[in-house]
Unconditional design. Sequence first.
Length: 319
Amino acid sequence: MRKLTNVSIVVSAFVFMIGLSAQVALAAGPASVSLGTSGNFVILAKTGISTTGTTSVVGDIGVSPAEATYITGFDLILPAAGAYSTSAQVTGKVYAPGYADPTPANISTAVSDMQTAYTDGAGRSLNAITELGAGNIGGLTLAPGLYKWGTGVTIPTDVTLSGSANDVWIFIVAQNLDISSAKSVVLAGGAKANNVFWIVAGQTTIGTGATFNGNILDQTAIVLNTGAVLNGRALAQSAVTLDASLVTLPSGSSSNSDSNPNPNSNSSVDTSNSINAGASVTSSPSVTLALSAIGATEMLISNDAGFAGASWEAYATSK
C-alpha cells in the first residue's frame, strides 16, 4: 500500500499544489494577525532604535522599557512636559516611557500587544506549508497562505506575493530572515503590505538597497542596511537599526488592530477535496485529486517540494 503524504494546496485567488503523490492539506489564506495597539507604530522596539545617514520614517515610532536616550541619530525635540517628541526624520510622533502621561502606560501596552501578536503568529500551524524551498524562496511566486520553516529563510532574488487586497500571508521563520542587497519582496494582483506578516525568531536583515513589504514581528533584532526600504512595520523585541533607510506605515493599517477571536481559522473560501474518490491510501501508481475551490482561477503544479519545474495551469476540479 502507498500512503499519500506530500500534496499541499493553497486556495484563495489561486490554488497552489505541491506534488501529486501524497496526503492532501487544504489551506486558504489564514486569518490576519491582530497587532493590537502595536499596529499604531511603524517602528516599535524594546531596547532601542538607532539610525545613521539620512533616514525617513513615515509613522509613529517608540521604545519601551528603554528610555528615550536609546533612540539615537534622530535629534529628538521634546517640548516641556511633552507626551511625545518629534524629529525632522520622522513624519509622525516619537514615544518613550519617560514622557508625560498617558505615554508611559500606552507604550507599555503597545509592547505587550507586540509580544502577544508575535506569540499568536509563531503558534499558527493550521494548513501550514512547511520548509518551502529548503528556506530559499528567491524567484518564487507565492499564493496567500501560512508558510513555516524550522530553519532560516533567505531571499537572494526577488520573491512575489500574488493575491487580492484582502488576502493574507504569514511567514514563520525559526532562525534568521535575510533579503539580499537590491532585491525585493514584490506585491502583485492587489496584495497589500498590511496583510503580510513575517514572524521571525532570529534577526531580520534587509540588504543594502533592498525593498521589503510586510509587517516584521521579530523576537530579536531588525536591521535595515544602507538605503533599504520597508513598506510595513518593524516590531522588534530587541532593537531596530536603520542606515539612510525609508520606512513607511502601510496603507489600511487600522484593520490590524481588530480583534481576532479565532486566529487559526481559515478565510472564507469554500474548499473541499478527495483522493482517488475518497481513499486515504492507495496501491495505484496514479493518484487523482478531486478539487473544489470556489473563486479559484489558476493552480500551480509541481512534483517537487522546492517548486522545481512548477507551472501555472487553469484551475480544474480534478488532477
